[in-house]
Design a protein around this ligand. Structure first.
Ligand code: AKG
Ligand code: FE2
Length: 299
């Protein structure tokens, strides 16, 4: 689901100058949403492109999209101006917010050679997961803006539909996944994502739930789980890999994932990251979105 930007819109975006954004607590202020919308709505085919983006994220079988802003990034660089424009696109999907009170709205995901390789900004395989999996209200959307891909050629983004994966499991495994028997990670000092959910069921029971498949394959190695529940989770992890799609984000690509529809992850970066100067390493910027109450993004 790649969304190209029509060249007339590219030209208008390159000319468009958006003011700094304001926050209202953890959330992008209404004033900014309106200001950005008013300026961007004047650009030719902005509305159509925003509609295409929303549609890709919520239509039957949909759930993720890549907005291809590479030419805009080439013209404007990957600093403040691009960030404001992308914040404007994001605000057409749902409300941008930062769950981490001490961090800016956009969080850097760089490359750290000495970090747990399987985690955010590590160099290894970042297994299928949803972001903020252990919160009662995870962000409706997680988004990644690519500033620089891995110059050595690794770090494919991976996506998989967990509902499709679950449909391929046995009744028995599904029953295990519906038990409140799973836990992962720590939870402190977070805004706008509810409370800590521990333990949680991976699957909501019988349609009454919130539409999330609360899964992270990282818990298979990092959480102590009862063997039967762990086995069911491993089966799910295998099916996610069987159904995965991979794509290489380029500079200026903006990946938006509906967390009720798709899980995401990342292949390992290419070996040799120690030899790459910090300023040349892969860099993504992450932003979370909250759908307004009553506007559930198509569970
Ligand atoms: O590095 C990536 O492409 C994905 C990172 C990620 O999923 C995360 O930090 O939550
Ligand atoms: Fe993630």
């Amino acid at each position: 689901m790649l969304i190209d930007i029509p060249s007339k819109l590219e030209a208008a975006l390159i000319d468009c100058s958006l003011p700094p954004w304001q926050l209202d607590g953890a959330f992008l202020a209404d004033l900014t949403v309106e200001e950005y919308r008013a300026k961007l709505a004047a650009a030719p085919q902005f509305q159509e492109t925003a509609t295409a983006l929303r549609h890709a994220l919520t239509k039957e079988g949909g759930g993720y999209a890549v907005l291809r802003l590479g030419n805009v990034a080439k013209a404007l660089g990957t600093g403040t101006r691009l960030r404001r424009l992308v914040t404007g696109f994001a605000a057409e999907v749902a409300v941008p917010f930062s769950p981490f009170p001490r961090w800016p709205l956009w969080k850097d995901i760089g490359v750290k050679v000495d970090k747990d390789p399987g985690k955010s900004s590590g160099i290894g395989y970042n297994a299928f997961h949803m972001d903020l999996v252990n919160a009662t209200l995870p962000p409706d959307f997680t988004t990644l803006l690519c500033v620089r891909p891995d110059p050595l050629g690794g770090g494919l983004s991976i996506l998989s539909d967990p509902h499709a994966a679950i449909a391929r499991l046995s009744e028995h495994s599904r029953a295990l996944l519906a038990k409140s028997a799973y836990h992962y990670g720590t939870f402190f000092d977070l805004f706008g994502v509810g409370k800590e959910y521990k333990p949680f069921p991976i699957l909501n029971s019988s349609g009454s739930g919130d539409g999330f498949v609360r899964f992270t394959a990282k818990m298979l190695e990092r959480s102590e789980l009862a063997p039967a529940h762990a086995d069911a989770a491993k089966e799910l992890a295998r099916e996610l890999v069987r159904g995965q799609v991979s794509l290489m984000l380029q500079s200026g690509d903006y990946l938006v994932v509906n967390q009720r529809r798709f899980l995401h992850g990342r292949e390992a970066l290419h070996s040799g990251q120690e030899t790459v100067p910090d300023s040349d390493r892969r860099l993504l910027l992450q932003l979370f979105l909250r759908a307004p109450a009553g506007d559930s993004p198509a569970a």
